[in-house]
Design a protein around this ligand. Structure first.
Ligand code: AMP
Length: 114
């Protein structure tokens, strides 16, 4: 997607603090962190939201979660705990329409984010 900020980050056209990348997913630090660890894990292919997933995406969605777990270990927060959030649509406050998993931790998290 030409006008998608996360697509531009994935391809290196826009700057980011990338912490992980493989052939399926990318993970980079949120530009407005709400906790010491706030990482966004995104599919490399453009999927606007959970509403756009198909059964064929199930392995990709599973991979998003195992990468989140791996990054929690890398950040040293797997034992203290962390929150994973996926906002979908306007009522949930989704601002960027490229599917992303928020990994938030490093302090006691408050409701609803951070
Ligand atoms: P959401 O409300 O779930 O759509 O959250 C979108 C998140 O993307 C917010 O936490 C923003 O701070 C974050 N964000 C927006 N633009 C960038 C960017 N260029 N680099 C990193 N994070 C971003």
């Amino acid at each position: 997607m030409l006008d998608c900020i996360f697509c531009k980050i994935i391809t290196g056209q826009s700057p980011s603090q990338m912490v992980f990348q493989d052939e399926q997913v990318s993970a980079f630090r949120d530009i407005h962190p709400v906790a010491p660890t706030h990482i966004l894990i995104v599919p490399n292919k453009h999927i606007a939201s959970i509403n756009d997933l198909t059964p064929a995406d199930e392995p990709l969605v599973g991979h998003l979660f195992t990468v989140a777990r791996q990054l929690a270990v890398q950040e040293g927060i797997e034992k203290t705990g962390y929150r994973l959030i996926i906002n979908t649509g306007s009522h949930a406050g989704q601002m960027v329409f490229h599917l992303h998993l928020h990994l938030i931790g490093g302090q006691r998290v408050r409701y609803p984010m951070g």
